[in-house]
Write a protein that binds this ligand. Structure first.
Ligand code: NAI
Length: 282
């Protein structure tokens, strides 16, 4: 099975890693070869971490890389397409529509956190093979896979996706195509409220996070999680959910200010915390 992952950012690299670690052949594509190269660097660093933690052997890591193609932006064949490009419906449709014509048998999946799979499928040829495969960050570590069915998704597509989830060692949940699905809809409410609390001086970022970590046994507080996801990504999701569901998702002004200032979280080294590698400092 030949897989193509579009977007060599935070999620695309992680998804490509999950797939090559399960034995699949993967082509990683972005808007330029430089972006793919940068993604390859991140992917290699992640494989190194998995090796040093004893999760895979050095031989396995090396063999994973032989299944990864990063030297071309041209896609020749595809049995499975997973898009992990920016959270923008127009960009996703523009990408998927021509691919659906070129590869009429391929399973077409989006890693969107909130956008409508039904709308994406409607832009595609043979829309019954479109669905959401929503991975969590970082994909090689997180066990959950949210499988989102569009109105058009047929049973055989869903069954194929559930089998893939199993092959990848993930636990799937099947969710209808409603804005924010099951995960983002709850996670964003918590994240936005935590930012509002920080803005109004209820407590420090560290202490708001500790409230959830120690009081509610969340493995990570909502502000640190927002840093990990990317403030720009969470802002885009919150805006979409405000439009689709209601004002309870309205992004706080502080989030907009930080995004405007380029404080996007771990990926830029600064969000609610300052980041040194995997270490967050207040
Ligand atoms: P990112 O900003 O790290 O990466 C996006 C990548 O897509 C960039 O490298 C960009 O150059 C590339 N790109 C843009 N247009 C493209 C095109 N037409 N063809 C190929 N590549 C293109 O974003 P991130 O965080 O990886 O998010 C990607 C998707 O995954 C979004 O839909 C997001 O909502 C979703 N997601 C993000 C999670 C997170 O924790 N960051 C978690 C789960 C889903």
């Amino acid at each position: 099975m030949k897989c193509v992952v579009f977007g060599a950012g935070t999620m695309g690299c992680g998804i490509a890693e999950v797939l090559i670690r399960s034995g699949l052949e993967v082509q990683l594509v972005d808007r330029s070869t430089q972006l793919v190269e940068a993604g390859l660097g991140k992917l290699k660093a992640s494989l190194d971490r998995a090796t040093s933690k004893g999760k895979i052997t050095a031989e396995e890591a090396a063999s994973c890389l032989t299944r990864l193609q990063t030297d071309s932006l041209e896609v020749e064949t595809a049995d499975l397409v997973i898009e992990a490009v920016v959270e923008d419906m127009a960009v996703k449709k523009e990408l998927l529509a021509p691919l659906s014509v070129r590869f009429p048998e391929a399973l077409l999946a989006s890693n969107t956190s909130s956008l409508s799979l039904t709308e994406m499928a409607a832009a595609c040829h043979r829309p019954e093979r479109v669905l959401g495969l929503h991975f969590f960050n970082p994909p090689p570590v997180m066990e959950l896979l949210e499988v989102v069915t569009a109105e058009q998704t047929d049973q055989s597509t869903l069954q194929k996706a559930l089998q893939l989830a199993k092959d990848w060692g993930k636990t799937p949940i099947v969710v209808k195509d409603m804005p924010g699905f099951a995960s983002s809809r709850l996670g964003i409410i918590l994240g936005m409220e935590a930012i509002r609390m920080l803005e109004s001086g209820v407590a420090s970022a560290r202490d708001i996070d500790r409230a959830m970590e120690l009081g509610y046994r969340h493995p990570m507080g909502p502000l640190k999680l927002t840093d990990l996801v990317g403030l720009d990504v969470r802002l885009a999701i919150a805006e979409h959910l405000t439009k689709e569901i209601g004002p309870q998702f309205t992004p706080p002004p502080l989030l907009r200010r930080l995004v405007r200032a380029g404080r996007l979280g771990k990926k830029t080294g600064h969000g609610f915390y300052r980041w040194e590698g995997n270490e967050a400092h207040e």
